[in-house]
Design a protein around this ligand. Structure first.
Ligand SMILES: O=c1ccn([C@@H]2O[C@H](COP(=O)(O)O)[C@@H](O)[C@H]2O)c(=O)[nH]1
Length: 322
């Protein structure tokens, strides 16, 4: 986690831009501009729409990464948006991670993996790499961290912790998620006392304890939703060595004031994600027109994303670096 914390400190910005493209978030003229190129490259006509969107997602992401690379420390591509386009989409997920890494950004892959130990060991290739030539490993994903699902318990997480430690990478386990139905399971009272998410929080703190870095946080972070400000504040105190990834800012209603309590006394300990609020800002800019060309529309996407990212950074600075 030291690398992430240093990147946050260098930019004085505890925020991460979520790269969650969907068809509705990419200007239609950008998608249309790739029709001919894609038609020439695919093997069958049925592949065209998904392949075309995948290329458009990549150009959209590159425009956003270029626009924010000097002001944010990290990006969080959400793999679901890419997997939804099949294998072309998965390629674009990896290409997006690689491009962001080349631009010097910490890449947090939101892949939410979790399974029994033997299968988790296979999923941990996101951190350890895949088989390369001469027995060496090769990293096709270019992620610095991934999100994991702790529901299967310790044996489902240990392979990720070991892979993270070996590769100087990190993981973030779901503890108190931002979505409305999260309370159905996470708030259940345990017979032994406390709530389910509090017990998960204690496990996460324990899973990380052998990997605490120079900045005081372990390689095992926690996902804590901005939509739970009071619980997040209590978790901050309960998990002194666990760095938080805080989604739910912006589109889900979370504000800078809501997340302030999830930071430590030095203004560290958390990074706040916004996806639609940044990458979809062009739609609320009032400057979009259907008559724009693809390049002009991409310029608007980039400008609007930068403005939204600066706005988020400045709001967080006021609320957190007090
Ligand atoms: O509790 C959680 C865990 C993950 N997410 C993910 O974060 C982004 C949020 O997107 P917005 O557009 O900023 O709402 C998305 O990738 C989710 O899958 C979350 O929201 N809450």
């Amino acid at each position: 986690m030291d690398r992430l914390i240093d990147a946050i400190n260098a930019k004085q910005n505890p925020s991460v831009v979520g790269l969650d493209p969907t068809e509705a978030l990419v200007p239609p003229q950008v998608v249309a501009s790739f029709a001919d190129e894609v038609r020439d490259e695919v093997e069958s006509a049925e592949e065209v729409p998904a392949a075309q969107l995948a290329v458009a997602f990549y150009e959209f992401n590159r425009a956003i990464i270029d626009a924010v690379a000097d002001i944010v420390p990290a990006v969080k591509p959400q793999i679901a948006m890419y997997e939804a386009l099949g294998t072309n989409g998965v390629d674009v997920y990896a290409m997006t991670c690689e491009y962001a890494a080349e631009r010097g950004l910490y890449v947090l892959g939101d892949v939410k993996r979790g399974d029994i130990g033997s299968t988790a060991a296979a999923y941990a290739h996101h951190l350890s790499g895949v088989a390369g030539p001469d027995g060496a490993s090769y990293d096709p994903w270019h992620e610095d961290a991934v999100t994991v699902n702790p529901y299967l318990g310790t044996d489902g997480i240990t392979p990720f912790v070991e892979a993270a430690a070996a590769a100087d990478k990190d993981i973030f386990a779901l503890v108190r998620t931002s979505n409305p139905s999260s309370s159905e399971l996470q708030e259940l009272e345990l017979a032994s006392g406390g709530r389910v998410y509090e017990h998960v929080a204690d496990l996460v703190e324990r899973w990380g304890e052998a990997t605490v870095g120079e900045r005081g946080y372990s390689r095992v972070g926690a996902v804590v939703g901005a939509t739970h400000p009071e619980e997040g504040k209590a978790l901050r105190a309960r998990m002194p060595h666990t760095f938080f990834l805080v989604p739910g800012y912006g589109a889900q209603g979370g504000t800078a004031a809501d997340v302030a309590g999830m930071f430590d006394a030095e203004g560290s300990g958390a990074i706040v994600n916004s996806s639609r609020g940044i990458i979809g800002a062009w739609r609320k800019s009032g400057r979009y027109s259907e008559s724009m060309g693809a390049d002009e529309a991409l310029d608007l996407v980039a400008e609007s994303a930068r403005e939204a990212a600066i706005d988020m950074r400045d709001n967080l600075r006021v609320a957190v670096y007090r």
